[in-house]
Design a protein around this ligand. Structure first.
Ligand SMILES: [Zn+2]
Ligand SMILES: [Zn+2]
Length: 386
């Protein structure tokens, strides 16, 4: 398939099965102009280190397929990471897993990293946000250039990630140059912000600009929603099939502030479905709401999703909204646990050494030779460990 050089960089979350380098080819095969990937198993704290050949091949393939690590790739962090956690063990593992992810980005020459802000699990929100911001700064301190991009969430349970939360986190992060936000269309809608017509769409973005600001916008996740507005459910649907409908995506594809950003599909199904979605979204560029193609396609896709929407609407109507606040349960281990903090202090020195090594090597070679850089860093880190 051929890729067109467009201002709007639509792509998809792709598989890294049999090696991280395969993400690049998987994306190229579906003509994506941007892509996302997991840096390691998304359900594990740590993963095996990358082989040198994998890293080299990743760089070579990006060059061959013209993906820039600076702008076109937005990896997704592990689902386990909760940097806001009041539990000492979870906090410690999260921070280690987070820094490991950031280091992987830098080895691969990737400048952006998408992360779920985490959850309070019923604890004091203000304290959780403070802890989260401090942990983001620890990660930034331990690395050289990668930007931490916080994703807005659907508002399920005690999850952090409404616009207010993101604004409060950014406010507390010291290194504001390296923090940003990713807006997921499904999460936004499920959290109660309508995006289905021009008026509501613009109202959301106005609020976004007021609370956070476009300068922090680093990426978009393009997903229709399986569940209705304000459902607080994180259930992605194929473009045009869900409660959002095609018009919301036509608006995305004609919003100048989103030009040049990674616009990533995380919709269900196999790669060929997302390849079709990439094509469809690109066709929406420059089209008006009353365009014949837009109207016909919109009706066609809504029809295909009609049955599922009916089921979900009935479920939501039946479910009485119980808004009991979650109880704050005391945990045996808490963050103040001295041993854990001491342990992290030890790790922190190692991270800073690794960061400085990476920085030295980058200085010497510039951006031209990421391959060599990755090799040297790997060797030197190995020596350090001996
Ligand atoms: Zn996500
Ligand atoms: Zn998402």
């Amino acid at each position: 398939m051929t890729r067109t050089n467009l201002a709007y960089k639509v792509g998809a979350h792709v598989s890294t099965a049999k090696g991280v380098q395969n993400a690049v080819t998987n994306s190229a095969n579906m003509s994506g102009n941007s892509f996302a990937l997991f840096l390691k198993s998304q359900r594990q704290w740590t993963g095996r280190k990358y082989d040198k050949s994998e890293v080299d091949e990743f760089h070579d393939l990006c060059k061959e397929h013209k993906y820039s690590g600076k702008t076109d790739i937005l990896p997704h962090g592990s689902y386990l990471i909760n940097l806001a956690s009041p539990d000492a063990n979870t906090a410690y593992n999260s921070l280690k897993g987070f820094i490991d992810d950031l280091q992987r980005c830098e080895l691969l020459g990737i400048s952006k990293y998408n992360l779920h802000p985490g959850a309070t699990v019923g604890y004091d929100k203000k304290k959780c946000i403070e802890r989260l911001a401090a942990n983001i700064d620890r990660g930034l301190e331990a690395t050289n250039f990668v930007q931490v991009v916080l994703e807005n969430m659907a508002g399920q349970g005690t999850t952090l990630g409404d616009l207010d939360d993101l604004a409060a986190i950014i406010d507390l992060v010291k290194n504001k140059e390296r923090v940003g936000v990713c807006i997921d269309t499904c999460h936004t809608f499920a959290a109660g912000y309508d995006l289905r017509d021009e008026k509501s769409f613009n109202k959301f973005w106005k609020q976004f600009d007021k609370l956070i600001g476009y300068k922090y916008l680093a990426g978009i996740h393009l997903n229709d929603s399986k569940t209705p507005l304000n459902s607080n459910r994180d259930l992605h649907e194929n473009i045009g099939y869900g409660f959002l409908g095609l018009e919301a995506f036509r608006l995305v594809m004609n919003k100048p502030e989103l030009e040049g950003l990674p616009l990533i599909l995380e919709t269900p199904g196999e790669d060929d479905i997302r390849a079709e979605e990439v094509k469809l979204l690109e066709e929406l560029i420059g089209k008006e709401a009353d365009d014949e193609f837009v109207i016909n396609k919109s009706q066609e896709l809504q029809k295909l999703g009609e049955k599922n929407r009916k089921v979900e609407q009935e479920k939501m109507d039946k479910k009485k909204k119980t808004s009991k606040p979650e109880k704050q349960k005391p945990l045996e281990r808490c963050l103040e646990d001295k041993h854990v903090l001491e342990q992290f202090e030890k790790d922190a020195d190692k991270y800073v050494r690794e960061r400085d090594m990476m920085s030295e090597i980058m200085k010497g070679e510039g951006d031209e030779k990421p391959k060599k850089r990755a090799k040297k860093v790997k060797e030197e880190i190995k020596e350090e460990e001996l």
